[in-house]
Design a protein around this ligand. Sequence first.
Ligand SMILES: Nc1ncnc2c1ncn2[C@@H]1O[C@H](COP(=O)(O)OP(=O)(O)O)[C@@H](O)[C@H]1O
Ligand SMILES: [Mg+2]
Length: 372
Amino acid sequence: MTDMHMPAADARLGQIAASQHSKSVSLRNVGKTFGETRVLRDLTLDVHAGEFLVLLGESGCGKTTALRIIAGLESATEGTVHVGERDVTNDLPRDRDVAMVFQSYALYPHKTVFENIAYPLIVRKRAKGEIEAAVREVAASVQLEPLLTRYPRQLSGGQRQRVALARAIIRRPAAFLMDEPLSNLDAKLRGHMRAELKHMQHELDITTIYVTHDQIEAMTLAHRVALIDKGVLQQLDTPARIYSDPANLFVAGFIGSPPMNFLRGTLGGHRFEAQDLSLAADVDHRGDATLGVRPEECALVAASEGEMRGRIYSVELIGDHSLVTLNVGEQKVIVKVSNMFAGEIGSEAGVRVNRERIYFFDQQTGQRIRQK
Ligand SMILES: Nc1ncnc2c1ncn2[C@@H]1O[C@H](COP(=O)(O)OP(=O)(O)O)[C@@H](O)[C@H]1O
Ligand SMILES: [Mg+2]
């Protein structure tokens, strides 16, 4: 059934894609203050045509504000917004050719699914036959055809989400703007919709700027991730590079679960040293520094081996693996191990780190100290 259905849906998505006019979106040196509060600082982003870019960061870091500035629902205090070649900084939202999908879906409760999807074309006074054909095509692409006569209250969260998407797709915008569109869904449906969204974006090839605080969503959906902290862009990179080549302590600590281990110590004479910890460091930097190493890049070995020595503080069975926390001097280190691990709390162990996957950071600035 599914196998029969999917290729047909894909073919229809393909037709929609052929008529899309996806464009690049750029923010140049955008700043935003609300009264005394600075929310965005010198934000520059170039989102390529057809790219899926995720704006990621903690609640309150300015993601929604950035999206609303692109949509024209908020004005930038400084800087410019471009859609394609066009400077839209002073244009009204409806003249910007972008479609926003909100967290709350914002469907019209007294309109049917058909009417909700058709709404952007009705507002534009398109011919009835054209609207009918467009709604059927878009509804098919997100598998809503059987539900066109229902009202929003008669739909599940996932179905409502698809109606909101269909209403955005039907406009054939230059770009989609999505503000935490999956955050109201339960975990299982969120996983399902994530895969659906990724597939749909791939087929439509439409520029998408997607806001989330969820690192898993960001890593799985994005072509590139823009990680923001307190209104300042920290790194703009592919998910793989954000993970394996973090620019600073904030990025390194934000991505990964459990998070990267951070150990304070001292760099000098091409070594990094702390209590019960010593390893070679191919850097010229001297002085206080922080070592970063992910739990999955550490292994437990005999107490006399490895670069660190500690005592097991706790062992947690997660399912397909276990997490072992050790005290190394006064600091804690988490090591990801096999779910067969049977070490005793309180016993001594060594930790071997993957030398190819260690990071050093300046303790004062948080900036990465790169090895040669
Ligand atoms: N209209 C507003 N007036 C004053 N402060 C605002 C307004 N909108 C947002 N803020 C503040 O700006 C900051 C960023 O908000 P927001 O962009 O919604 O963050 P995010 O979407 O990342 O959670 C927050 O501190 C928020 O309180
Ligand atoms: Mg927000």
